[in-house]
Design a protein around this ligand. Structure first.
Ligand code: ATP
Ligand code: MG
Length: 235
């Protein structure tokens, strides 16, 4: 799907929402009747903001507010946020530490990195059937931390994999915009991870499930800073 086509789609949705509001106004409705319009406007604002961030990222202008982050704590908080949704869907959502290795603090923008994992976890939950599993695993290596988001869901056909990180691309059979998302979540995840000089890999088997892995590298400077912070903390 071409970005321009979806730009048109955004305009069409704005026009549709505005027409609905105008028709409603002529009928002197109850205030509550405006709630769906408010939801739709909020969704469109969110969409335009996402597109703006993607455009900034594409030209290397994405603003990152980096701080030293305990990645295990951050991922733990995100997983907790989705526990209720997972249990309502009858899916087991679990966070696993690979080993007991201490992981140095990472210098990342916590809001952007949260967005990345929210996108992977919401995708995993919406493509995994009842009684399935979504596991988030943190694997510390020498030079980088890997964070895997694994699901036992529908999987992705091989032919779609090269395109799933493209804007507005949706691999599902029912690709109409009436159902599901806009196809922006993975494009955003990719841009945000690359802005941190990391990368994403994906493995998927139809029916068995999908694993997205985010590679976040430690940098020499970060390791030095972490060591200094630990020394100061011990003092
Ligand atoms: N864990 C997954 N299992 C199966 N298919 C997936 C998974 N994650 C992504 N996909 C496929 O990749 C497509 C692109 O994902 P992406 O997150 O970019 O868009 P979306 O979820 O459809 O919409 P949005 O994230 O904008 O709400 C999805 O439409 C889906 O077909
Ligand atoms: Mg998504």
């Amino acid at each position: 799907m071409l970005p321009e086509m979806s730009g048109l789609e955004v305009c069409r949705n704005i026009r549709k929402t505005s027409n609905v509001a105008i028709i409603m106004l002529t009928k002197k409705p109850e205030p509550a009747a405006f709630l769906p319009i408010q939801d739709e406007v909020a969704r469109l604002i969110h969409l335009v903001q996402d597109l703006h961030q993607l455009s900034l990222a594409e030209v290397g202008q994405l603003h990152l507010k980096k701080t030293n982050i305990d990645i295990v704590g951050l991922i733990g908080t995100i997983v907790n946020m989705y526990e209720v949704e997972a249990s309502e869907r009858g899916i087991e959502l679990r966070l696993e530490r690979w080993s007991s290795n201490l992981i140095p603090l990472l210098r990342v923008d916590p809001n952007r990195i949260t967005q990345v994992f929210v996108n992977f976890i919401t995708n995993a939950l919406s493509h995994t059937p009842k009684e399935g599993k979504v596991m988030v695993q943190i694997e510390p290596l020498d030079q980088e931390v890997l964070v895997h988001v694994r699901d036992t869901g529908s999987g992705i056909e091989e032919e779609h994999i090269p395109f799933i990180f493209d804007r507005f691309y949706r691999a599902d059979k029912d690709r109409s915009r009436e159902h599901g998302g806009m196809g922006l979540g993975l494009a955003i995840a990719k841009e945000y991870v690359e802005a941190h000089k990391g990368d994403i890999t994906v493995r998927s088997t139809k029916v068995k499930g999908t694993t997205f892995t985010v590679h976040l590298k430690y940098r020499e400077k970060e390791m030095q800073e972490n060591i200094m912070e630990n020394i100061m903390y011990i003092k």
